[in-house]
Structures are given as C-alpha cells and as structure tokens.
Write a protein that binds this ligand. Sequence first.
Ligand code: SAH
Ligand code: DHB
Ligand code: MG
Length: 217
Amino acid sequence: MTQELWSQVDDYLGEVFVPADPALDAAVKASRAAGLPEIAVAPNQGKLLNLLARLAGARSILEIGTLGGYSTIWLARALPADGRLITLEFDPKHAEVAKGNIAAAGLGDVVEVRIGAALDTLPSVEGPFDMVFIDADKINLPHYFEWALRLTKPGSLIVIDNVIRKGAVVDPTSTDPAVIGVRALNELIAAEPRVDATSLQTVGAKGHDGLTIALVV
Ligand code: SAH
Ligand code: DHB
Ligand code: MG
C-alpha cells in the first residue's frame, strides 16, 4: 500500500513539475529496450539534480555511475554552452547505451563517458569540478567521497544517491555492502572539516531511500 501511494505521488509530481521530454523519454525507452536495470533517478529527482547544478552555478560536473545516461542528461543540461561533464561507467554496455542517449539529447559535445571501474579511471580525471554526483557501487562510497574532495574546491557541491537503503542504514551490524559503504561514508563526512553536509530520506517510485548533499567549504 505505501509503495503504491509513493509511486502515485511521484507520478503526480512528475506530471506537474516535469513535462514530457522527448530526449529523456527516449533515454528511458532505449535503456529499457537494452535491458539495463531500471535504477536511474526518478524524473523529479533528475530535476532536483538539474536545479542543484544550476544553484551551484556549475560549469563542470563529474558523475560516478552513468547507467543509461538519464541523470547525466539532467545534469549536463544545467551547464553553460562551454561547460563539461565527465561521467564514469564500469559496464561497457551501459556506456554504449548512455553515449547513444546523450548524443540523441544533443549533449555529445559536452559529455564524456569514460569506461572502467571508477577507482581505475579517477586518477586520470582532471578537476576541479563544481559538482560531483556519486551514484555507482555503494561499497566504494568512502573512496568516491575522498576522490570527490580531491577533485573539487570550496563552493563545490557533492551529491550522493542511495544513502538510506530502505532504512537499513540504521543497522550497525548490517553485512549488506551498500549499508557498510554508506555508514563508512557518513563517518568520514561527520569527521571532515572540509564539508558541511546533510542527508535526507526520501520515498517515491524508487522506494525508501535518500540523498546526501555536501558543500565543500
Ligand atoms: N546515475 C544513473 C544511475 C547509475 S546506476 C542515473 O540515475 O541515471 C549505477 C551505475 O554504476 C551502473 O551503471 C553500474 O554499472 C555502475 N557501476 C557499478 N560499479 C561501478 C564502478 N566500480 N565504477 C564505475 N561504475 C560502476
Ligand atoms: C541501486 C543503485 C542505484 O544507484 C539506485 O539509484 C538504486 C538501486 C542498486 O544497486 O540496487
Ligand atoms: Mg542511484
């Protein structure tokens, strides 16, 4: 019952705040047709990422975890014409689908998709970035956060997806790698003087989860 209602509300919010969009709709369709997992951010979350990037005045964005490029398109659209976005993806098939979706959205010149495990590709990524969106495997969250700090500057924004995991994050004895990753990330953030951060739990089409926002100070 609750999930059904959360999804209905997300559908309603999508109708009100996120008009039908040919490029984004095509990206969802192509990703589904290619058999990609349906774990992209929801439309209202994609729009939140777009608004955050614009609020941050972002001219450069780093994304870790591309999938089919749905969040990438939302983020890249927030950039000025001479902006740049680098997105890191482990799975070559996901990266191919994403490249097609990004090109079809007219963003092929702004976005660069780099294939490989992010911890292997990050050392050759050149910052600084105005915004980093972390949305790949969760066990490596602490490493991705350390990289995000290295690749940003004061005023930059770091956003991290999937930090609540149906509430499982409250369990210090959890053996779920995602929960272990999120809890280790939270300890890092709490002890890190270079960021001011908060975390919000969300419900919606994607269940009970949440996101963390950290401002580099
Ligand atoms: N940001 C996307 C969703 C990303 S899903 C959106 O909202 O539209 C997570 C993605 O991270 C998957 O495509 C997965 O293949 C990728 N991934 C998993 N482990 C990774 C790693 N070690 N390095 C880079 N990408 C990884
Ligand atoms: C998963 C990953 C995501 O990035 C997400 O938004 C939802 C689920 C997952 O790996 O289960
Ligand atoms: Mg996610």
